[in-house]
Design a protein around this ligand. Structure first.
Ligand SMILES: *[C@@H]1O[C@H](CO)[C@@H](O)[C@H](O)[C@H]1NC(C)=O
Ligand SMILES: *[C@@H]1O[C@H](CO)[C@@H](O)[C@H](O)[C@H]1NC(C)=O
Ligand SMILES: *[C@@H]1O[C@H](CO)[C@@H](O)[C@H](O)[C@H]1NC(C)=O
Ligand SMILES: *[C@@H]1O[C@H](CO)[C@@H](O)[C@H](O)[C@H]1NC(C)=O
Ligand SMILES: *[C@@H]1O[C@H](CO)[C@@H](O)[C@H](O)[C@H]1NC(C)=O
Ligand SMILES: *[C@@H]1O[C@H](CO)[C@@H](O)[C@H](O)[C@H]1NC(C)=O
Ligand SMILES: *[C@@H]1O[C@H](CO)[C@@H](O)[C@H](O)[C@H]1NC(C)=O
Ligand SMILES: *[C@@H]1O[C@H](CO)[C@@H](O)[C@H](O)[C@H]1NC(C)=O
Length: 504
């Protein structure tokens, strides 16, 4: 009996052992990639006869970038404009922000403009441009740049800005104390930008950003809504992805052990350590928090797990998980949890923990700096070595202050979270949303249904929920940088934010 069974298993195994040639694997992947590249890449808006953008101010031509001669890029990225502009019109102004502006592609709208910033604080938006949502993609592990079929320039104009002062190529000494200072300096820059590129005045504006820009963006939007005469642009809404919106204990600690349990195989912790984590989570009041407090609708304000806005002593489970994950996987990546050894090479040197740069950091090449009118003497790092808030950021997290007002004043607002991000965890964002009151009610009243985010041409791609002007997306198979890891999903979310489609 046993030997028969064993014989049968062996027989099945040998008969069924799949022989698949490299050629066939590649053919199937190529076909899938092609489907992917063309999914949701169609016309975005029925705009009648898109006109090419031209700028009449002669100063604009000083910023023109020749899209067919970007170093190491073997295709034409089209016309664009880049360089430094000051944050005020004061003749002695020493502070300048670096920008790179792309006009819309052939199908994009000329009525709109998207502003993008990365977070940090102090991380460069050129990372977003080169690796997330720009017209070319040179992301981790890519040997050379490729065309990004889901560039946000297919939707409209996009402006990437390195801000605040102290970030990337931007010039001057940081002196901001809080987010309102940051917003005032950025708006000052935007005024100078709209002087030079005056054809952009009056356009519909969308403010977008990721990570710590989850704090920047609501404050910038609030500043613009509260000072409506400062900018000749019509703010419509905001995108924040994998955003810092509240305390770290909420967005990193409470959901951390649940996250490990959800992705047990990827962490592959041993049983002893898992048991230690469980014990710790229980004594820190993290265990069961989601089930008890994150209800739809919420039953009152949600409590902090410990005695303050910080984690209590012995309750930094996030840090322990990170440290211990590195033991069997030195390439463990808090931004996308399934990376394994060896660490992927990155032309921007990020996460940058390895001295393995086969090429100089792209934006540190002299010829690149010259091509985009960047200051040749400035050493570029993806995230700044100086503190862009010299005395810290004095503002409270936006969920407690400006975010509700921004949602109320916007046509649409989206909060997006990659489900494979560990530096900020989607469940933590759910806590933030359920504890926030906007448009007269606290949190979502109805639950976030599983598989409710449907991407055209792909299918269920995570979860989505929309109430009272706020739409929340959880994106499957995406780490921290959603436009990088899930470009098709990110593109559809932007179409929704911009009103180019009616449903999320
Ligand atoms: C826009 O510019 C492109 C490339 O220079 C040209 O081929 C196209 O005809 C122009 N379109 C319009 C509407 O002027
Ligand atoms: C742009 O660069 C290409 C390739 O180097 C060159 O042939 C072309 O003349 C340049 N165009 C302008 C307007 O400088
Ligand atoms: C520029 O000069 C004016 C007047 O002298 C002064 O009030 C202002 O603080 C200066 N600004 C900067 C950025 O140095
Ligand atoms: C989107 O942008 C990319 C890069 O500019 C371009 O190759 C592609 O054709 C565009 N797709 C559409 C539908 O406009
Ligand atoms: C929920 O909001 C209240 C009121 O702003 C605040 O006191 C509390 O700490 C918040 N709870 C969490 C988990 O952030
Ligand atoms: C957990 O919650 C209980 C009851 O609210 C509280 O007394 C205790 O101090 C909390 N534990 C920690 C570690 O903060
Ligand atoms: C289990 O994991 C913990 C934490 O990483 C480690 O300290 C311990 O040595 C591991 N046990 C074994 C048997 O590897
Ligand atoms: C939704 O999916 C999660 C796992 O991702 C599961 O735990 C939960 O039970 C599901 N909810 C429903 C209503 O099926």
């Amino acid at each position: 009996m046993w030997s028969n069974l064993l014989f049968a298993l062996v027989a099945v195994a040998s008969v069924g052992a799949r022989q698949i040639t490299k050629h066939e694997v590649r053919a199937r992947q190529l076909e899938a990639a092609k489907r992917w590249q063309t999914s949701n890449a169609g016309p975005v808006k029925r705009s009648s006869g898109v006109q090419n953008i031209t700028f009449t101010n002669p100063k604009a031509s000083e910023f023109y970038v020749n899209g067919s001669s970007l170093p190491l890029v073997d295709f034409d990225v089209g016309p664009s404009w880049a360089g430094l502009l000051p944050i005020s019109n004061s003749p002695n102004e020493t502070r300048q922000l670096f920008f790179w502006f792309f006009p819309p592609g052939p199908e994009g709208s000329l009525d709109d403009i998207i502003f993008w910033t990365n977070g940090g604080p102090g991380c460069s938006s050129l990372e977003g441009l080169l690796q997330e949502n720009g017209p070319l993609s040179w992301a981790w592990g890519q040997a050379k740049p490729t065309v990004n079929e889901h560039s946000w320039t297919n939707l409209s104009s996009v402006l990437w800005v390195e801000q605040p002062v102290g970030t990337g190529f931007s010039q001057g000494t940081p002196n901001i104390q809080n987010e309102d200072d940051l917003a005032a300096q950025l708006v000052g820059f935007m005024q100078q930008f709209l002087e030079v590129f005056s054809e952009l005045q009056g356009k519909k504006l969308y403010l977008t950003g990721e990570s710590y820009a989850g704090t920047y963006i609501p404050y910038i939007a609030n500043y613009i809504y509260e000072n409506p005469t400062l900018l000749d642009l019509s703010l419509q809404g905001i995108w924040v992805s994998d955003p810092s919106l509240s305390w770290d204990v909420v967005q990193e600690e409470i959901p951390a052990v649940d996250f490990v349990n959800k992705y047990t195989g990827l962490f592959s912790f041993n049983q002893t350590f898992l048991a230690t984590l469980e014990k710790q989570a229980a004594s820190c009041n993290y265990t069961g928090y989601m089930e008890k407090y994150v209800t739809y609708p919420p039953q009152g304000l949600l409590p902090l797990p410990g005695t303050s806005i910080e984690f209590d002593q012995g309750c930094d489970v996030w840090d322990e998980i990170f440290n211990n994950a590195l033991i069997i996987n030195p390439a463990f990546d808090i931004y996308r949890i399934w990376d394994t050894y060896p660490i992927l090479w990155d032309v921007l040197g990020f996460p940058g923990s390895f001295p393995q740069q086969q090429s100089p950091i792209y934006f540190n090449r002299k010829e690149v700096k010259e091509a985009i009118h960047a200051p040749v003497d400035t050493e570029w790092t993806e995230c700044s070595n100086v503190n862009v808030f010299p005395n810290g950021d004095g503002s409270l997290p936006p969920a407690f202050t400006v975010l509700p007002n921004v949602i109320e004043k916007s046509q649409r607002s989206v909060i997006v979270h990659g489900l494979a991000d560990f530096i900020l965890i989607a469940e933590g964002t759910r806590i933030v949303i359920q504890n926030m009151t906007w448009n007269g009610m606290q949190g979502f009243q109805a639950p976030i249904a599983n598989d409710s985010f449907i991407v055209d041409g792909v299918g269920a791609y995570g979860n989505m929920h929309s109430e009272r002007g706020l739409t929340y997306f959880e994106v499957a198979l995406s780490g921290h940088m959603v436009p990088q890891f899930a470009p098709v999903a990110a593109f559809q979310i932007m179409q929704y934010l911009m009103g180019f489609r009616d449903t999320p």
